[in-house]
Design a protein around this ligand. Structure first.
Ligand code: F6P
Length: 324
């Protein structure tokens, strides 16, 4: 058997551990792995290397992806899907494994429909925005990376008695912001799924102040921050003008995507990487390796790409109840 492998879309810590797990599980079963470089861009250029156990040695603890990645705009078009399908067929592949997020899976599903080549998606994104899986490779690492930064910001916020607005990634979803907000004890958590009423934010800060909290942390998801800025709402100015608090803004940005994967992200990557090969061998055609509880189970890629994962509103309420 010959199977293609690529890391696609935004990188996520733990992708290397997943590549290693795919390759070594395949090697144990005498399956050849063609590692395409730079995601779909590498597939479109037929740029691959045959991966063996040694080539994926010494990478498990590294962030990023040694296969490299890219956002290939062409894969949103029929032309891209047809071209990629033809190249994969020419390589006589019995399967394609794509490590990435929803955009990558949409393209993988379309490739399957056009080429009949079985495709398996391994969910790897710091956004954790994929339906069907409790969590994704890289999410835990990104939470810890952001948390480390917020803990440091808390030190200076306390010393200066300031309010900090800390923007975390997550595209247009609030899973990362909610997790970071809960785990850092943020006074306010602002996510797209709930929205933002500046009045409510000010009331919460005044209440906190009244209870003796002279500083505060507001975690805001980038998707909501973008919405506010498009609507011409400047939260910093509103808080400073209304409450006379000093406010600073920190945008954590791409540092959240880098760094050593945590033990949890690595273990998840090992389990999902191994499962991807098992799924192909058991005749699965178009599935994602999803973690549900302790089990890795197959979930149809089309269902994942067309169904929205819901935010845990109870967890959100809990986070706020604990930040009094
Ligand atoms: O999907 C992962 C992610 O880091 C999002 O949280 C963020 O919105 C986006 O990628 C940034 O993309 P890029 O690296 O292309 O700027």
């Amino acid at each position: 058997m010959r199977i293609g492998l690529a890391t696609t879309g935004g990188d996520a810590p733990g992708m290397n551990a997943a590549v290693r797990a795919v390759v070594r599980t395949a090697v144990n079963k005498n399956i050849e792995i063609l590692g395409f470089e730079r995601g779909y861009a590498g597939i479109l250029a037929n740029d691959y290397d045959i991966l063996d156990a040694r080539k994926v040695g010494g990478i498990m603890h590294l962030g990023g992806t040694f296969l490299k990645t890219s956002r290939a705009e062409l894969m949103k078009s029929d032309e891209g899907i047809t071209k990629a399908s033809e190249i994969l067929k020419k390589n006589e592949l019995d399967g394609l494994i794509v490590i990435g997020g929803d955009g990558s899976f949409k393209a993988a599903s379309r490739i399957h429909k056009e080429s009949q080549i079985p495709v398996i998606g391994i969910p790897a994104t710091i956004d954790n925005d994929l339906m069907g899986t409790d969590t994704t490779i890289g999410f835990d690492t990104a939470i810890n990376t952001a948390l480390d930064a917020v803990d440091k910001i808390r030190d200076t916020a306390t010393s200066h008695e300031r309010v900090f607005i800390v923007e975390v990634m997550g595209r247009n979803r609030g899973f990362l912001a909610l997790a970071v907000g809960l785990a850092s004890g943020a006074e306010v958590i602002l996510i797209p799924e709930i929205g933002c009423n500046p009045e409510t934010v000010c009331t919460k800060l005044v209440e906190s102040h009244g209870k003796g909290k002279k500083s505060g942390i507001i975690i805001i998801a980038e998707g909501l921050a973008d919405c506010l800025s498009r609507a011409g709402l400047n939260l910093k100015d509103i808080i400073e003008e209304k409450l006379n608090f000093e406010v600073r803004i920190t945008r954590l940005g791409h540092m959240q995507r880098g760094g050593k994967p945590t033990a949890f992200s690595r273990m998840l990557a090992c389990k999902m990487g191994a499962a991807s090969i098992e799924f192909l061998l058991s005749g699965r055609k178009r599935d994602m390796t999803a973690i549900q509880g302790r089990e890795v189970v197959p979930v149809d890629l089309d269902y994942i790409c067309t169904t929205e994962k819901l935010i845990d509103k109870q967890l959100y309420e809990q986070a706020l109840a604990l930040s009094i």
